[in-house]
Design a protein around this ligand. Structure first.
Ligand SMILES: CC(C)(COP(=O)(O)OP(=O)(O)OC[C@H]1O[C@@H](n2cnc3c(N)ncnc32)[C@H](O)[C@@H]1OP(=O)(O)O)[C@@H](O)C(=O)NCCC(=O)NCCS
Length: 155
């Protein structure tokens, strides 16, 4: 598996996965706006097909994971974990001290992954996500501390 920067040619495959895994998928415009905003968009591929992707934004000593998804037929094989580990290293290299993300309250699979990777639940946004049928669902906010010994490092 190879993790690399997303290229424009990857967008159709990414959009196809996005539509398969989310009830309210990002549009092509949201992806291109996100690229223009300076966020890092990466894909994981097996040499032939894009299997997953993620969107990470860093700045001001913080990182935000805006999106992470694996194609339904490739889920449960370690790709999400591999991608997230790669992004954590990337955020550390960018000197981010914390990595934040939001996740639907009902998304237990993703939450198990985040908890297993060392994230802590730090808050809740009430009625943050839209739901099919018109309702709203809370978002949990997770955070991972990336650098713990920076505060007294004067070198
Ligand atoms: C969340 C997601 C990215 C995880 O990717 P994945 O490749 O399926 O996950 P992995 O195979 O790396 O599994 C990592 C961990 O997730 C959890 N997990 C994965 N699939 C699971 C399942 N079917 N049931 C329960 N836990 C599961 C487990 O903790 C697993 O660790 P383990 O294999 O040591 O038990 C993927 O399920 C996905 O794309 N979901 C839809 C989009 C989404 O919800 N994104 C997150 C938005 S916040």
């Amino acid at each position: 598996m190879l993790i690399r920067k997303l290229m424009e040619e990857d967008l159709p495959a990414v959009l196809e996965i996005e539509q398969q895994v989310y009830p309210f998928p990002w549009s092509r415009q949201i992806f291109t706006d996100t690229i223009e905003s300076g966020a890092l968009l990466v894909v994981v591929e097996d040499g032939q097909r894009v299997k997953g992707y993620a969107v990470l934004s860093t700045g001001g000593g913080e990182a935000q994971l805006f999106n992470i998804a694996v194609s339904p037929d490739s889920q449960g094989r370690g790709l999400g974990r591999e991608l997230l580990q790669w992004l954590i290293e990337q955020a550390k290299q960018q000197q981010a001290e914390m990595l934040f993300l939001e996740v639907r309250l009902s998304n237990q699979v993703a939450q198990l992954l985040y908890l297993d990777m060392g994230f802590n639940e730090i808050g809740l946004r009430k009625r943050y996500y839209r739901c099919n049928g018109g309702g709203r669902e809370d978002a949990l906010i997770y955070a991972l501390q990336l650098q713990s010994e920076n505060y007294f490092n004067l070198s």
